[in-house]
Design a protein around this ligand. Structure first.
Ligand SMILES: [Zn+2]
Length: 442
């Protein structure tokens, strides 16, 4: 159709760049779908894609049908463009949209129907929103279209899914593969002369990582507290404290409610040449919700130190699955001797900081038994950035949830973490001060 705003022709639906033949087939399928709704006039879908401002609001959603054919309907207050892709293991269908204002009922997406097990929505990257449908089994996209508002009916985005098989699904995954998932950085080879020396006389660089964000809410508390929100509040508080000391340069992996893939978080640590990465979480456990409470400090290890550690790492590493990010294969084990040396050195620093942090936290908050644990957290994998992950408490525990939203607790705990950081960097900070002291003594 012709767009009056930019004087160009737009397809009703945008699909990822995947070759003309496939696109025209898809376009024909869409047109066929539209033809079924005789009398319906497709509206102008030209949208300003660049803006991060929501272009439309999603006001309600429904699922109809059964396990052979399922329809997903999203009510929107303005027409939107969208693109569809698929991911396997687990089977997911991804709907990418411009920035949207989601005004959906609470618990929307918790329960699915037919081929859809559950679904999630939220911001995915700047100017982008995403809906992820978790599929019960492989499904094909039969039709997808936007219906304009008619009388008292709002505009709707409609997706029809039909039962399929694994082979067909995998072929569709290949066909809709998106080359760059939210700027997820490819693993970088270590440059020669990797940073084994930390002698540079600059302020320590600290990267604070508030877990989850955007479409990935993280754990949900007994009374509905969202992990992504409490960890961002905490991280902001810690950042304020560290900056007020004037001793550190502090960065954040996310400042707002946006999603950042796990590997990108670790890659940011490398890019910033961070001296420390602290990832902040407040998760939940499936069993022992009454017993498992208090803070835990995790470092990276191939083998989990215990069952709870394994369970927590597993749920943390699901972040990318939840957001509908394609999981890159683990990068091939790097055998570069410099990387290996850096990794070993980093491990020593990480463990040293974890122990320091546990000591400081002991005086401020309740800790879990054996509070320093280890497991294979993806976010901790930068080989030359000392990294720890802190579970502030467990949202699955009612008492912990109360604490996590209390300002008094937040201030006390952030102070303890800041003190641990001071202790950790104390030798280096003292060394940097030394020449200045001499100078004034003369
Ligand atoms: Zn978490």
């Amino acid at each position: 159709m012709h767009c009056s705003k930019c004087q160009q022709m737009h397809p009703a639906v945008t699909v990822p760049d995947q070759g003309r033949a496939r696109r025209s087939l898809f376009a024909r399928a869409v047109l066929a779908a539209v033809a079924l709704f005789a009398g319906v006039v497709l509206v102008d879908v030209c949208q300003v894609q660049a803006a991060s401002q929501p272009v439309a609001a999603a006001t309600d959603a429904r699922i109809a049908g059964d396990e052979s054919r399922t329809r997903f309907i999203l009510d929107v207050d303005a027409p939107v463009t969208f693109s569809i892709s698929k991911l396997a293991d687990p089977y997911r269908l991804i709907i990418d949209l411009p920035a949207m204002d989601f005004r959906l009922p609470p618990r929307a997406g918790d329960e699915g129907r037919g081929l859809i097990k559950a679904w999630r929505y939220g911001s995915f990257a700047a100017g982008k929103s995403r809906i992820v449908l978790d599929l019960r089994e492989p499904a094909d996209l039969d039709k997808s279209f936007v219906l304009p508002a008619v009388e008292d009916q709002p505009a709707r985005l409609v997706l029809d899914l039909v039962k399929s098989d694994r082979e067909k699904f995998l072929a569709a995954v290949e066909a809709t593969r998106q080359p760059d998932q939210a700027g997820d950085a490819a693993p970088v080879a270590a440059p020669k002369g990797d940073r084994l020396d930390t002698a540079a006389k600059t302020r320590p660089v600290i990267l604070l990582d508030a877990g989850h964000g955007g479409i990935d809410t993280g754990a949900v508390g007994v009374h509905g507290t969202l992990e992504k929100a409490v960890v961002l509040d905490f991280t902001n508080e810690l950042k304020r404290k560290l900056e007020a000391s004037g001793r550190y340069t502090v960065h954040m992996t996310r400042e707002g409610d946006t999603f950042v893939p796990l590997r990108k978080r670790a890659a940011m640590g490398r890019e910033l040449k961070a001296d420390l990465l602290i990832s902040i979480h407040a998760d939940s456990v499936r069993s022992g919700t009454d017993i498992v409470r208090g803070a835990t400090v995790y470092t990276l290890s191939d083998k989990a130190s215990d069952d709870v550690a394994a369970q927590i790492a597993e749920s943390e590493n699901l972040s990318d699955v939840i957001a509908g990010v394609e999981l890159n294969q683990e990068p091939a084990e790097v055998t570069d001797i410099l990387i290996d040396l850096a990794r070993r050195e980093t491990k020593v620093f990480s463990i040293h900081f974890a122990r320091t942090l546990v000591e400081e936290l002991k005086s401020a908050v309740k800790l879990i038994n054996n509070p320093h644990r280890s497991a294979g957290f993806v976010v901790l994998k930068a080989h030359d950035v000392p990294s720890v992950l802190v579970e502030l408490g467990y949202l699955s525990n009612e008492h912990d949830e109360k604490l996590l939203i209390s300002e008094e607790w937040r201030t006390r705990t952030a102070t303890a973490v800041a003190e641990a950081i001071d202790t950790f960097f104390q030798p280096r900070l003292a060394m940097e001060k030394a020449p200045a002291v001499q100078a004034t003594a003369q």
